[in-house]
Design a protein around this ligand. Structure first.
Ligand code: INM
Ligand code: ZN
Length: 249
C-alpha cells in the first residue's frame, strides 16, 4: 500500500525514496551511534545483470556480513550491492544533496536478520531493510571498482551471472562515516516502504571511463536486439513531513 495515515493532517502520506537532502534542515541527532560494518570478504558470491542494473550478491544464509549500530536496532545482514548511474556524468545519483546530483550512487542492501527470516519477509516491514548510500564523484580511477568492472563483460546481457568471490566491500567506503538517515522505500519496483536509508556524507571517486563501462551493460537478453542501461536513477520524491537526521552537527 505504501500510504500512511497521518492523523494530524487527515491525509495519506508517502514515504518514498530517493529524496533531496537539504543539509541545512537536517537535524543533528546526538543519540545516533557510529555505523559498524562487519563484512566478511568470503561471503561475496556472484554478479548478476538484473536488467535495470547489476547486483553484486552476497551469501546471506547466516550473519557473516552485517551492518549494526548507527540508527539501527539489532543487526542487518548484507545481501547485495548495486549502483545507479546516468546517461552522462552530469547526473546519475538517486539522492541529491542541496539539489546537487552526483554521477552515480552505490547502494549496499541489508535486511533485519534479528527480526525476520528472509529478505522477502523483511521487505514487508518498515524496519526490514537498511540501505547504505554512497555517492560517487568524478575523479581518479577507483581501484576498488576495477575488480567489479573487469567482470562486467561476463554479464553483458540481462539474466547473465558470473561467480564473484572474495570482495573487500570496505574498500568502497569513504574514510568519514558520518551520515544522514531517514525512513523511505526501495527506489525500484516494488517500491516497498521498508528502508532505513543511511546516506554517507563523504563521496568516493569514480572516473569517467569507469562510468562508461556501466553504460555498456545491456537491459536486453542475449537473443534480443541490444539496448543499453544508459541510466537507472529514479527522480526524487516528496519529503512530506519526514525529518532527515544527521550523525554530526
Ligand atoms: C524481494 O526482492 C528482492 C530482489 C532484489 N531487490 C529488488 C529491488 N528492486 C531493490 C531496490 C533497492 S534500492 N535501489 O532501493 O536500494 S534494494 C532492492 S532488493 O530488494 O534487494
Ligand atoms: Zn538502489
Amino acid at each position: 500500500m505504501g500510504l500512511h495515515y497521518s492523523h494530524h493532517k487527515h491525509c495519506l502520506t508517502h514515504h518514498q525514496s530517493p529524496i533531496n537532502i537539504n543539509t541545512r534542515t537536517a537535524k543533528y541527532n546526538p543519540s545516533l551511534k557510529p555505523l559498524k560494518f562487519s563484512y566478511d570478504p568470503k561471503t561475496a558470491k556472484r554478479i548478476v545483470n538484473v536488467g535495470h542494473c547489476f547486483n553484486v550478491e552476497f551469501e546471506d544464509i547466516c550473519d557473516k556480513s552485517v551492518l549494526s549500530e548507527g540508527p539501527l536496532d539489532g543487526h542487518y545482514r548484507l545481501c547485495q550491492f548495486h549502483f545507479h548511474w546516468g546517461s552522462s556524468d552530469r547526473d546519475g545519483s538517486e539522492h541529491n544533496i542541496d539539489g546537487h546530483l552526483y554521477p552515480a550512487e552505490l547502494h549496499i542492501v541489508h535486511w533485519n536478520s534479528k527480526k525476520y527470516t528472509s529478505f522477502a519477509e523483511a521487505a514487508k516491514h518498515p524496519d526490514g531493510v537498511a540501505v547504505v548510500g554512497v555517492f560517487l564523484k568524478l575523479g581518479n580511477t577507483n581501484p576498488a571498482l576495477q575488480s567489479i568492472i573487469e567482470n562486467l563483460d561476463k554479464v553483458k546481457t540481462k539474466g547473465k551471472a558470473c561467480p564473484f568471490t572474495e570482495f573487500h566491500l570496505n574498500g568502497l567506503l569513504p574514510e568519514d562515516l558520518n551520515y544522514w538517515t531517514y525512513m523511505g522505500s526501495l527506489t525500484t519496483k516494488p517500491y516497498f516502504e521498508c528502508v532505513t536509508w543511511i546516506i554517507l556524507q563523504e563521496a568516493i571517486t569514480v572516473s569517467s571511463q569507469q562510468l562508461e563501462q556501466f553504460r555498456r551493460l545491456q537491459c536486453t537478453s542475449e537473443n534480443e536486439n541490444p539496448s543499453f542501461i544508459l541510466e537507472n536513477h529514479r527522480p526524487v520524491q516528496p519529503l512530506d513531513h519526514r525529518v532527515v537526521y544527521s550523525s554530526c552537527p
